[in-house]
Design a protein around this ligand. Structure first.
Ligand SMILES: *Cc1c(COP(=O)(O)O)cnc(C)c1O
Length: 715
């Protein structure tokens, strides 16, 4: 088979700076500021137009300019220091895990996820689950864990969103141009481009494997778009969560079972297998099959799989579960129960739950260690799944929790980073978990912190304006489109951000329950409030799309005077601007449906205050002084009652607390008490809600014990 050498598509680079190519092919550059700076200096225009895509900058910069930079002393100084840091980071001796657990380095961890949010230029994520997997991967690299990711290289990624003149979401799926993403053919030990074949029902699907470097970690991504496959099979890895149940089961067979094949063909020998959500749970079936074919009894195979498997569940609602009918399972797995030496009924019992084959139930039964993603979500999961352990009390259901976190160096704004370097520690990223260190935030002059914040706010509003200008130039905009785009937002007035998937439980329209009361707030003469919304609805989620339409129609309604804006095409790129640039981050899920949430942590990292229902991570973080909680301890029999009460609380907190605090400014324009709250939020949230804390917790609570158990079960 022909091997397509993506990396030869970059032009010749002068010898002196030739390692730029190596840098562009390792997503390490995305979270190291000097490395980002290097690409930005090569072509500042392309940096903006390619939305920070290092590889495309290398492809687009003129050879003359490259030659000039290869002789520019200041560029070379930066280049040399970046390369030094890269080499230092890729060696592992000084990192946490190799240092604390040198004997564990030969026991790798394999991490399976249907999506990975590494960078906007690699569109293989749709939302929080993917961004979490990406942040987990980056942190595993920073900590030096022997860690490998397995997923898909979706050729059409997740869709791009554009709002039409009815306020209806239009989805488009541009093809990923293989030479514009930093992937390489994965090499088998024999040196050829790695390819696997996975039986799916009566067919055989061929998959090519790509490697993406994320610092010291490799991600192996499957792609079915090969000539050897039938046209319909070539589409199996085209889109995230596309198609019907039949397509989904095939996709999940590729992920779970194909993923194990990749591990084997690459000879990776993991001791720990981590399932990020149930999509990849068929992995346990393939590993059972392997053990039984090696001569284990089914019971012994089950023991060994359980010892080495970790399952992280993310879904607190039964409707969100991934399930397949038994009929569909029979169609695709009728060969398997014989090979496992169990009966049809015993096989179905592995995933059986409420009349269907449930991927979460399968993972719960076959993973020896299970966790939810916040304390509250752990509790909700124990209640939800206690019936799988009928002999245990609800609180003894073996589901723990590791609260999610965010990768700090990926999400911190440049200006905030400067403040932290100056006042917290020049090595604040390395020392981020030292809670006491963060009390130094008190030393930042109020005025300085406020100026940094207003600078980031300006950057967000400028970015929105430039987007609106581009739309106007390309003649795709109407006056009400411009009104909704945020061009009228006033940088001196309070800005509240709300950006997330448009799923109905997130209740993005809560704010609009009492329009007259809302109008009073936004049109106040001296103390106006403004809102920025962003987010996509799943293309098959009609209620979600209607919700989005409702918000969008308010945004472009002249009565709102341009004080409510909607930013199209929410992704990691625009998310960075939003979580850094608004004053308040609003979150109104219907409790307890938000398993964790992570965008509020990104906001807090940048000095943005959270105003949130006390659900998910916020139930742990909120201390009465570091933001606002929208909590009610009442229990409601009807959803509309809960919504009515929560909306009332939201208006009241805005009117009585948030707005007065923001506008209570000194003569020099600094809102002292607001800044005090920013400092309280930074010092309490940042050290706790990071992937540093999270991955260390996974390691100590789950990875290390699983390695021990797994070694013992193999004896
Ligand atoms: C962080 C992030 C999310 C997750 O945010 P939630 O708080 O879970 O809603 C989703 N999408 C993008 C693009 C993100 O950056």
């Amino acid at each position: 088979m022909e091997i397509k050498q993506n990396d030869t598509l970059v032009q010749n680079i002068p010898q002196r700076i030739s390692r730029l190519k190596e840098l562009a092919y390792n997503y390490w550059w995305t979270w190291h500021r000097p490395a980002r700076e290097l690409f930005k200096r090569l072509d500042h225009t392309a940096w903006i137009t390619t939305r920070h895509n290092a590889l495309r900058i290398l492809q687009e910069v003129s050879p003359e300019y490259l030659a000039k930079m290869a002789k520019d002393p200041s560029f070379l100084r930066l280049y040399d220091s970046v390369m030094l840091e890269l080499d230092h980071d890729l060696e592992n001796g000084h990192l946490w895990y190799p240092h604390t657990h040198p004997d564990m380095m030969q026991h790798p961890i394999a991490y399976f996820s249907a999506e990975f949010g590494i960078h906007t230029s690699l569109p293989i994520y749709s939302g929080g689950l993917g961004v979490l997997a990406g942040d987990h991967t980056k942190e595993a690299s920073d900590l030096g864990l022997p860690f490998t990711g397995v997923g898909f290289l979706y050729e059409q990624g997740y869709f791009h969103q554009k709002m039409d003149h009815n306020g209806w979401q239009e989805a488009s799926y541009p093809f990923l141009e293989a030479d514009k993403v930093a992937t390489r053919p994965a090499r088998c030990p024999e040196g050829v481009h790695c390819q696997i074949t996975v039986p799916v029902g009566e067919r055989e699907i061929h998959l090519r494997v790509w490697e993406v470097l994320v610092g010291r970690v490799s991600l192996y991504l499957m792609d079915a778009n090969l000539e050897e496959n039938a046209p319909w099979d070539r589409e199996l890895t085209a889109r995230l969560y596309g198609g019907n149940r039949e397509m989904r089961i095939q996709q999940e067979i590729l992920l779970g079972i194909g993923g194990v094949h990749i591990i084997r063909i690459l000879d990776l020998a993991p001791q720990v297998w981590h399932l990020n959500e149930g999509h990849s749970a068929f992995m346990v079936l393939e590993r059972l099959r392997e053990y039984v074919s090696e001569g284990c009894t089914f019971a012994a195979a089950q023991e060994r799989v359980r010892a080495s498997t970790i399952f992280t569940t993310h879904t607190p609602v039964p409707a969100g579960q991934d399930t397949f009918s038994f009929h569909l399972m029979e169609k695709y797995f009728h060969n398997l129960w014989g090979q496992l030496k169990i009966s049809h009924d015993e096989f179905m019992a592995l995933g059986s739950h409420n009349g269907a084959f449930n991927m979460t139930a399968l993972a719960l039964r076959l993973a020896g260690q299970v966790n939810g993603v916040s304390e509250l979500h752990g509790e909700v999961s124990r209640q939800m799944w206690s019936n799988l352990w009928p002999e245990k009390k609800v609180e003894e259901t073996p589901i723990g929790h590791v609260t999610n976190g965010v990768h700090l160096s990926s999400w911190v704004g440049a200006a905030v980073n400067q403040v932290y370097r100056k006042y917290i520690s020049p090595k604040w990223v390395e020392r981020q978990s030292e809670a006491r260190l963060w009390s130094r935030i008190e030393e930042v002059p109020d005025r300085e912190l406020w100026e940094v914040h207003t600078h980031l706010k300006q950057k967000l509003l400028n970015t929105m304006r430039e987007r609106a200008r581009d739309a106007r130039i390309s003649n795709t905009s109407t006056p009400d489109y411009l009104l909704a785009s945020g061009i009228f937002l006033n940088p001196d007035a309070l800005v509240i951000g709300f950006a997330r998937r448009f799923a109905t439980y997130k209740r993005s329209s809560l704010l609009f329950r009492d329009i007259e009361r809302l109008k009073k707030l936004i049109h106040h003469r001296y103390r106006p409030v403004q809102f920025i919304f962003a987010g996509k609805a799943h293309p098959a989620d009609e209620p979600g799309k209607r919700l989005l339409q409702e918000i969008y129609n308010w945004a472009r309604n002249p009565e709102m005077g341009g004080r409510i804006a909607f930013v199209e095409d929410y992704d990691m790129h625009i998310a960075r601007y939003l979580v850094q640039g608004v004053d308040v981050w609003l979150n109104t899920p219907r409790k307890p449906m938000e398993a964790s949430g992570t965008s509020g942590m990104k906001a807090a990292l940048n000095g943005v205050l959270n105003l949130s229902v006390e659900d998910g991570w916020w139930a742990e973080a909120y201390n009465g002084r570091n933001g606002w909680s929208l909590d009610s301890d009442e229990h409601f029999s009807e959803e509309w009652q809960q919504d009515e009460t929560d909306a009332g609380t939201l208006y009241r907190v805005l009117e009585e607390e948030v707005i007065p605090l923001y506008y209570q400014q000194d003569r020099d324009g600094v809102p002292r008490n607001w800044v005090r709250m920013m400092k309280e939020s930074i010092s309490t949230v940042v050290p706790m809600f990071s992937t540093r804390r999270m991955v260390q917790e996974y390691t100590e609570k789950y990875y290390l014990p699983a390695i021990q158990k797994s070694l013992a079960s193999g004896k």
